[in-house]
Structures are given as structure tokens and as C-alpha cells.
Write a protein that binds this ligand. Structure first.
Ligand code: COI
Length: 360
């Protein structure tokens, strides 16, 4: 059993260090999202019904056969989580056990083996220990952590995988979105449908969404506001984020109905909003309800939540050619306040009453 706050147990994790760190070439004050990778990564292999030991080794291309089922049939799931640096320079990992559990829910849906929680967490702690200097100062951003699990069977047979790889790579990142995002309601494309994979982090979910995102961008929007797949009426997600609507007297976010990702940030924001005294409802939200509240002047804020984006305001929603323009950012209270509280906990500036943060 691994105790919170203790140093990592590295005994079963092989470590191969790089001889040429790339860190000196990275400008930590001007970080892009997701294109600069730290020096090391975790790799573990699964074959014949069991996981082999994890290795932390230099971040480098993988040598894999062209026929692997991750490439051919999309047998691949991933996670996203973050570590921050506190004012004393310590590394703070946010809610990693939640991500380990969600990876396994994703794996189960695609008939993949579970990654033992200890493999996920201990190898991650070891990686963060070795690459701790890659965690940016809290003012500059965070270390985004990308675990993924994919099938490496060398076979074109359409069948569940038998051999898998688990990887963790990390990137120092700045903001995912700067300023407000403008979103286009898509009635042409859907990201999820009942019985599908919308509630897990399957790589293919994101692949299937790119065309809608490109369509939104071509019309001058940042991303898509997704409606449900059956009636094209109920709001589900906002691009790659969960979505919250702040009405005059309540805050509403779509309930986890089986087509919506159970975001760790979503859950954290719900917890903090309730703690802050807001009335928050998890239920279906029809796009007509959003339009009607806007027309009555009762739509105060809309924001997205996600690991990458944290809490990100929406500036404008276009639905069937009409624009719902949200109040200017200076007038918003709920989104900025919950973001400040969340980031305060993540970065150690504020107490962590929920035990979300692990100090490494
Ligand atoms: C995240 O917020 O971690 C995501 O998975 C969104 C995106 C970067 C894929």
C-alpha cells in the first residue's frame, strides 16, 4: 500500500536516464499546449494475461509493427491529469487515483485489461521524481500528464487485443485556451450516442470530433457545443470539455447519462460550487432552455471544464444562425471564483479539504 505524501517506491520500476536533457532549451514562461515533452516516459507491456514491470526511460519514438490493432482498429484509450509546483517548489499531483480508475473504465469498455492502480501510480510518481524539474512554476502553467493504453497485437483479425502497451508521457503546458471560447452548436455531427463510447476516453472519440471542430473553426468559432445524438436537443459537452450554465438562480451541468465523460475537473468544480453555496443541478439541459434564459437576460455565464482547460469561459454560442452573446468576462463571478479556488487547491495556495492533492 502506498501512503499519501511518502516518496515513491521505485524498487520494481527499472530506470534508464537520458544523457542529454532537453530541459535547458525550454522556455517555461511561454509554453504551448502539448508539443513539448519532458525527458522521460513510462513504458509497460502486457502479454499472456499479465503486466510486465514498468520502465522509466528516455522519451523517444516507439518501434512498433504497422499492423498493430491500435493503429488499425483504434484500440486505444488515454487519460489527462496535471501536476503543479507549489510556492516552495514541491510537486503536487492532482487526483491521480481518479484518473487511474477512469482509465480502467475506458479499458473495460474496449475489452482491454485493467492497468493495476499501483502500476499507474507508482510508475507516475517515479517519472515525476525523475522529471521534477520539468514541472513549471505555478504562474507559468502545469505539467500535463498523458497516460495511454493501446493494443499492440500484430494482427489484422478483428478481435479484442491480447498484447498491450501502457505509456505515460508528460509535457509542461501553458493555457489550453486564452480568453473566451466561441462555440458553434453542431446539429450535423454528434460525439456520442447511448451505448457508445462517449463516457470513456477512447482515442477514437476525439478522432470522430475533428471534422466538427474544423467546421466550427472555418466559421470563426473555437469549437463545438455538442448536442445529444438522438434528439439533437440536449447539450452534452463543449468541445473537449464538460459544460456548465450559470442561470440567474441556479447552475446546471448535464447529468452523466452514459454519453458524457465523467470529468475529474467536472466533479471537482461541482464539489467546490456546492461548497461555495451555489444551487447546482445535474440534469438534462435543452438548448431551447439556454436560448430562452439568454433572451430573458438570465444566462449569466457558460464555462467549460477539463483537465487541459481547467475552467474556461464561453463568450458566444451560435445556434441555428442566432448568436447568444454572454456577458463580458469582467462581469462574470462564478467561473472565475471556482477556477481560483480550484487552482488554489491544485497549486497548494489554498488548503485541500478533500484530500485531492498528493505532495511528491
Ligand atoms: C483533457 O482535458 O485532459 C483532455 O483530455 C482534453 C484534450 C487535451 C484531449
Amino acid at each position: 500500500m502506498y501512503l499519501k505524501g511518502t516518496r515513491m517506491a521505485t524498487s520494481s520500476i527499472a530506470i534508464e536516464r537520458t544523457h542529454s536533457s532537453r530541459l535547458a532549451g525550454v522556455d517555461m514562461t511561454n509554453l504551448p499546449f502539448g508539443t513539448v515533452f519532458s525527458d522521460h516516459m513510462v513504458v509497460a507491456d502486457y502479454a499472456e494475461g499479465r503486466w510486465g514491470p514498468a520502465t522509466v526511460r528516455p522519451y523517444a519514438p516507439l518501434a512498433l509493427p504497422p499492423s498493430i490493432s491500435a493503429l488499425q482498429y483504434g484500440l486505444s484509450v488515454f487519460e489527462g491529469l496535471k501536476a503543479h509546483r507549489d510556492a516552495e517548489g514541491r510537486v503536487l499531483l492532482f487526483r491521480a487515483p481518479e484518473n487511474a480508475a477512469r482509465l480502467n473504465r475506458s479499458a473495460a469498455r474496449l475489452a482491454m485489461p485493467e492497468v493495476p492502480e499501483s502500476l499507474f501510480l507508482d510508475s507516475l510518481r517515479t517519472l515525476l521524481d525523475i522529471d521534477r524539474d520539468w514541472v513549471p512554476p505555478a504562474t507559468a502553467g502545469a505539467l500535463y500528464i498523458r497516460p495511454c493504453l493501446f493494443a499492440v497485437d500484430e494482427s489484422l483479425r478483428v478481435k479484442p487485443g491480447e498484447r498491450f502497451a501502457f505509456l505515460i508521457a508528460t509535457c509542461p503546458v501553458g493555457a489550453y485556451f486564452t480568453g473566451a471560447t466561441d462555440v458553434l452548436v453542431s446539429e450535423t455531427f454528434v460525439r456520442a450516442f447511448p451505448g457508445g463510447t462517449g463516457d470513456i476516453k477512447a482515442a477514437g472519440n476525439y478522432a470522430a470530433a475533428f471534422i466538427a471542430d474544423a467546421d466550427a473553426k472555418a466559421q470563426g468559432f473555437s469549437t463545438v457545443l455538442w448536442l445529444d445524438g438522438l434528439e439533437r436537443r440536449f447539450v452534452e459537452e463543449c468541445g473537449v470539455m464538460n459544460v456548465f450554465f450559470v442561470f440567474a438562480d441556479r447552475i446546471v451541468t448535464p447529468a452523466l447519462s452514459g454519453t458524457i465523460l465523467a470529468g475529474v475537473t467536472r466533479h471537482s468544480v461541482l464539489t467546490l460550487l456546492r461548497e461555495m453555496g451555489h444551487q447546482v443541478e445535474e440534469r438534462r439541459v435543452a438548448i431551447e432552455e439556454v436560448c430562452a434564459a439568454h433572451d430573458r437576460g438570465e444566462l449569466r455565464e457558460v464555462f467549460g471544464t477539463g483537465t487541459a482547460a481547467t475552467v474556461s469561459p464561453v463568450g458566444r454560442i451560435r445556434y441555428r444562425g442566432c448568436d447568444l452573446v454572454l456577458p463580458p468576462l469582467e462581469q462574470r463571478q462564478v467561473g472565475p471564483a471556482v477556477r481560483e479556488r480550484l487552482v488554489g487547491i491544485m497549486t497548494g495556495l489554498l488548503p485541500d479539504p478533500y484530500g485531492w492533492v498528493e505532495r511528491l
